[in-house]
Every structure is written in structure tokens, then in C-alpha cells.
Design a protein around this ligand. Structure first.
Ligand code: TMP
Length: 210
């Protein structure tokens, strides 16, 4: 049986990642691909419940390592219940965020360290890394302005500008560390242009994988 392809989307808060990845899903579906769209934390019932706990703005006392473990726990359940079965059926799986987000947000921005965060994630993912990652790149200011325009903010959106600056620095590290699977898109452009460029990139990734 043909094996599927696992493509993740990463970027700072306010990069437009969710909007773009959902549009790419629609376009691939229209083009006749077997494609699954999902997101982290969440994507399936148990992981969405964990998401609610992590992102509840009331949970201001949450310890950084507890947060990292909850992300890894939701990732594990989502991987075994949704991602791996879809890949086994030969689908293209588009996932809004994956392990890179934990390395950046918990490992670097929270200051736990990428090695420690990778270790707990290794336990969770058992080597299932993405085939390719689309990185939607925006400057910090644009990202922060977009977050400001959101109606309801979650616990992570409410973090300080310094935290979001560390996230941006963290992504610079991740882009270098995993350069071979990173596909970087300038997400400061108009939405149509970003979607078009991303679609071409995703189609190339699928073609190379075949
Ligand atoms: P979202 O806004 O992309 O839905 O993600 C929710 C928040 O969770 C976002 O601020 C990034 C954060 N996050 C982490 O801190 N670590 C992780 O491993 C993941 C998947 C998300």
C-alpha cells in the first residue's frame, strides 16, 4: 500500500498558519487528493480536552514542565488515533503545529531546554517526524498586531511581548536545525499570494515523495 505523507505547518502566533493550512486542505481535496487536515494541540476528542486545559486563560499557575508534558500527551494521543492511521491509508496529512512548536515554545521560550523537551517528545512520537514542514514566516511586529486583532485570546496569546520574541528566536534555531525539511514562505504578503506559494510548495513536496 502507498504510504502517506506527513506535512506540518509552523510559525509564530499571528503568522496566518491556520487560515493558510485550511485553504491548502480545501485546494488539495478539490484536486482529488486523499487529504486530512488536523491541528495540535487537539484534532481528536481527548487531545481537544487537553488543549482546553492548556490554553484556558484562567490556568495562570501552570508550571512550564506540566505544560510541556500536556502538549506531549495530547500529541501522543493525536498521533496514534488520527495521524498514523491516515498515513497508513496513504493520505496526505496536513497538521497545524507539531513537535517543533514544543521545542520552540517550551524548550526555548519557556527556557526548559530543547534537549529535555525533545526527550519527552521522543517518548510520545517514537520517531514519527514530519516528512516536510511549511514555515510561515512573519516579522514579530506583524504577528503581534494580528494577535491583537483576535477577539478572544488564549493563555499563550496573553504572554508577554518578550515571550513572543523568544518564540521568534526559537523558530530561527529550529529552521537551521531542521533545514532539510523546512520550506519557508513569506507570510507577510497578501493571503492569496501566500496560499498560492504554499500550494506550489506542497505540490512539489508530494511530487518528490511519490
Ligand atoms: P494555535 O494558536 O496554533 O492553535 O496553538 C495554540 C498555542 O499553543 C500557540 O500559542 C502555540 C502553543 N503551542 C505550544 O506552546 N507548544 C506546542 O507543542 C504546540 C503544539 C502549541
Amino acid at each position: 500500500m502507498k504510504k502517506g505523507i506527513f506535512i506540518t505547518f509552523e510559525g509564530n502566533d499571528g503568522s496566518g498558519k491556520t487560515t493558510v493550512s485550511k485553504l491548502i486542505y480545501e485546494k488539495l481535496k478539490e484536486a482529488g487528493y486523499s487529504v486530512v487536515y488536523t491541528r495540535e494541540p487537539g484534532g481528536i476528542d481527548i487531545a481537544e480536552q487537553i488543549r482546553d486545559v492548556i490554553l484556558d486563560p484562567k490556568n495562570t499557575r501552570m508550571d512550564a514542565r506540566c505544560e510541556a508534558l500536556l502538549y506531549a500527551a495530547s500529541r501522543r494521543q493525536h498521533l496514534v488515533e488520527k495521524v498514523l492511521p491516515a498515513l497508513a491509508e496513504g493520505s496526505v496529512v496536513l497538521c497545524d503545529r507539531f513537535v517543533d512548536s514544543s521545542l520552540v515554545y517550551q524548550g526555548i521560550a519557556r527556557g526548559i531546554g530543547v534537549e529535555e523537551v525533545y526527550r519527552i517528545n521522543e517518548f510520545a512520537i517514537e520517531g514519527h517526524m514530519p516528512n516536510a514542514t511549511i514555515f510561515l514566516s512573519v516579522d514579530l511586529e506583524t504577528g503581534l498586531q494580528r494577535i491583537e486583532c483576535r477577539g478572544e485570546k488564549d493563555r499563550l496569546d496573553n504572554e508577554t511581548a518578550l515571550f513572543h520574541e523568544r518564540v521568534a528566536q526559537g523558530y530561527e534555531w529550529v529552521k537551521q536545525e531542521f533545514a532539510d525539511r523546512m520550506h519557508i514562505i513569506d507570510a507577510t504578503k497578501q493571503l492569496d499570494a501566500v496560499v498560492e506559494e504554499t500550494l506550489q510548495e506542497v505540490l512539489n513536496i508530494i511530487k518528490e515523495h511519490d
